[in-house]
Ligand binder design. Structure first.
Ligand SMILES: [Zn+2]
Ligand SMILES: [Zn+2]
Length: 450
């Protein structure tokens, strides 16, 4: 079991005793509370996300981190003259609802909610459509809520959901200093912390390709018959009366053969497609043991650490680096080398799988290297190219205090003077000038390769 969402969503397996220990190691709990309420929020967020891509309306339920990442992606697309649309529809036929899983710290619970969706992604420039694909996907949303009976401290740093200014929970409840909007606690939560899309396969494949194969095969057999007939006419075997009877027979025969062979070819191609998909899903499995060990070690030092949290966090950091125009300006980027050019081509990225390569925990500092197997869209010389990439990322964090699920780098409190500020681009507090201890609170990226 590597860091795979497909695994954590399998509730029937989780029931088994043996699996339960592994689940504990990963820091996950099954969470059936308010499933319908969560579903409502899930559907609302998905609607808001499609709206964002079609008309730029900020998704209200999205955390500041998601908003920042969406904004960066949009800026990147615009800077190369592209426009991307995402259409999220219900999947026809049965749709798998996964059992919600969750992980928690002392104050917050992050619930993982996933459903199968049919997603059409299209990218165009000012003249024409460069890319369009409809795929069956698993759309995962991680929703943050307060733990039952928990009220976060008023000095909990938080961005104003309305104007985005860094503030604190207490101040937002009495009215944002910048836009004066007042918030009730249940307007601030739940909040969507992360969302992920996993490609499961081409949705168009079945109908369209099957029809094409049948038509092509029928034409092939018809041509074969015609050639045969011409040969027989030339050598004088056929008279005109028999010709008409034979032609109609050949046409019918060709169609039957076309259906048989076309379906056969389709079946084989489809099986290969599944094998290919299976191969893609299985990448990273070899790293499963390392991943379990890493989580186990980390949970000894930090009881609120969970594999899912680490996965969510690292993918969202990767997205920030990939979409940012100047990734090295971001405080979470501590890479000594500029990002590889191939990584900079990426305009959309979906993570299929991931696993831990290696890790070390020494003197309270954890260094870990993760590999992501992604389905990305690259933009190169005027073309949008779908590619399967392998991205290796190294991260570092000082393990001093337990993971705080409510932490966001976009709103932090300065430990020296107590001021709220955005630590995304400034390492030092703009009010007192002291350096902010980012690595005690957040994972930073020390290297990224493709
Ligand atoms: Zn505000
Ligand atoms: Zn300060």
């Amino acid at each position: 079991m590597a860091f795979m969402r497909a695994d954590v969503n399998d509730d029937s397996k989780a029931e088994k005793k043996g699996e339960k220990n592994i689940m504990d190691n990963f820091g996950l709990n099954t969470d059936f509370s308010n499933k319908d309420v969560k579903k409502q929020y899930y559907l609302r967020f998905i609607k808001q996300l499609s709206d964002w891509y079609s008309n730029g309306k900020t998704p209200e339920l999205a955390s500041e981190d998601i908003r920042f990442s969406l904004e960066l992606q949009k800026q990147k697309l615009q800077s190369i003259g592209l426009d991307m649309q995402l259409q999220i529809q219900k999947q026809e036929g049965k749709s798998n609802d996964s059992a919600p899983l969750s992980y928690a710290d002392n104050v917050f619970v992050n619930s993982i909610f996933a459903k199968n969706k049919r997603i059409t992604t299209s990218i165009r420039n000012s003249q024409k459509e460069l890319y369009i694909r409809t795929a069956d996907c698993m759309m995962t949303v991680i929703m943050q809520n307060l733990k039952q009976g928990c009220v976060p401290a008023p000095d909990t740093p938080m961005c104003c959901p309305h104007c985005g200014a860094p503030s604190t929970l207490g101040r937002l409840e009495s009215g944002c200093e910048f836009c004066n909007t007042k918030f009730l606690m249940d307007e601030l939560y739940p909040k969507i912390m992360y969302f992920f899309i996993n490609d499961l396969g081409d949705a168009d494949f079945d109908q369209k390709k099957l029809k094409n194969h049948i038509v092509h095969c029928s034409i092939f057999f018809l041509l074969l018959s015609i050639v045969g007939m011409i040969v027989r006419m030339v050598i004088g075997e056929l008279d005109s009366r028999r010709l008409i009877i034979e032609i109609s027979g050949y046409i019918a025969g060709s169609i039957i053969m076309g259906v048989l062979f076309g379906a056969g070819i389709w079946f084989i191609a489809n099986s290969f497609g599944s094998v290919k998909l299976l191969g893609k899903q299985a990448r990273g499995l070899t790293k499963a043991g390392k991943s379990v060990m890493f989580c186990h070690k980390m949970r000894n030092l930090d009881p609120t650490f969970s594999a899912e949290y680490f996965l969510d966090k690292s993918i969202s950091l990767m997205k920030l680096l990939v979409f940012s125009e100047n990734p090295q300006e971001l405080t979470i980027c501590q890479c000594s080398h500029p990002l590889p050019e191939k990584l900079r081509e990426i305009v959309d990225i979906r993570c299929r799988n991931s696993g831990i390569n290696n890790y070390s925990i020494r003197d309270g500092v954890c260094n870990v290297s993760v590999t992501f197997y992604t389905d990305s869209l690259h933009y190169r010389s005027g073309k949008v190219l779908p590619k399967s990439d392998k991205i290796r990322m190294s991260l570092r964090k000082i393990i001093k205090k337990p993971t705080n699920l409510g932490f966001s780098v976009t709103a932090v409190t300065c430990p020296s003077c107590g001021a709220s500020f955005d630590a995304e681009k400034a390492q030092n507090c703009p009010f007192c000038g002291n350096a902010y201890p980012l690595e005690e609170n957040e994972w930073v990226v020390t290297d990224i390769r493709i």
